[in-house]
Design a protein around this ligand. Sequence first.
Ligand SMILES: *Cc1c(COP(=O)(O)O)cnc(C)c1O
Length: 384
Amino acid sequence: MIKFLDLQKVNLAHKEEIEERLLKTFRSGWYLLGDEVKNFEQNLSKFIGTRHAIGVANGLDALRLIFRAYIEMGVIQAGDEVIVPANTYIASILAISESGLTPVLVEPDIDTYNIDIERIEKKITPKTKAILIVHLYGRAVWSEKLAELAKKYSLKIVEDNAQAIGASHSPTLPESDGEFSPFGEVRGGLRTGNLGNAAGFSFYPGKNLGALGDGGAVTTNDDELATVVRTLANYGSSKKYVFDYQGINSRLDEIQAAVLDVKLKYIDQENEYRRKIAKRYILEITNPKIILPQMPENEKEHIFHLFVIRTENRDKFQNYLTENGIQTVIHYPIPPHKQACYKEFNNISLPITEKIHKEVLSLPISPVMTEEVKKVITTLNNWK
Ligand SMILES: *Cc1c(COP(=O)(O)O)cnc(C)c1O
């Protein structure tokens, strides 16, 4: 059986280093808000190129803390609208509605699966205050048009970078007004997480940079936002037993930070390996019944968190793969607007989003796959 993702193998690839850091943290007697988190935050902000990185409990918290902070700062008010792709993981949308804001769903581009930037402007109203872009499946989404829209309508751009850590893009940034800070350039452009005004990261174990449990982070170049997010995440307290806001408890713990700090050193290398597998899939899967993902012209834009194909007879195809020893996953089977938790959206028509949810299937891809790749390719090509 070829696993969709062999997490044990992924983490055992760094066995010695991780075990050493785990033991050190265990023996230190300090488990929250300590040196491991501080150190990881520093290394993450250096890697992404932002002035700030703040460790939080998970990816959903990272996103909702950004919106909550903007509300506390008076930038966004309860009831305001946030534009978000209709084709995303539910957490992106939950982060908006949970903050008392209204998600406005926009159809994706069928070729990239990311938000169709051309469709954004007609959804902008006087209540629109932000666009939450999602670098879905690991592919960066950005364009000059997006930056122009943000400037024209004074919108914040928040990135859901849960699936795309390490991806980069060459953005044409608007003249610096202190909002878009083009520092931290890497080969291939700016990293996702440093394109907009703030970004949320997830270190859920299955993500490209995965912890041994939950974890998340916020990155930003905005000093005030960073301070408010950090305060909100610690009960609203910036000083012990003094409370500025009615905050929450959302902290990254020392053990997770220690593990993430080890794995962060290898993320570019591991993403490059995923890209290599993706290239082989794209080149060697020749079955006309299968629609493959497109490699962006600038390959650094895609880190292939997921390798997502489409096919008309998806469920039958998935059964065929299971019978042939290949485990696959559907990301995602039911679109957010068709979920029971969003009854208010159930009747809107989003045909591209619905088509994607009906047809997608994610193939195994990981930094520890080797000869399995060949078998996946052969099995896919043999499907009639
Ligand atoms: C995983 C994920 C999240 C949520 O992260 P958690 O750490 O599981 O809370 C948010 N958005 C996207 C796109 C994700 O893939």
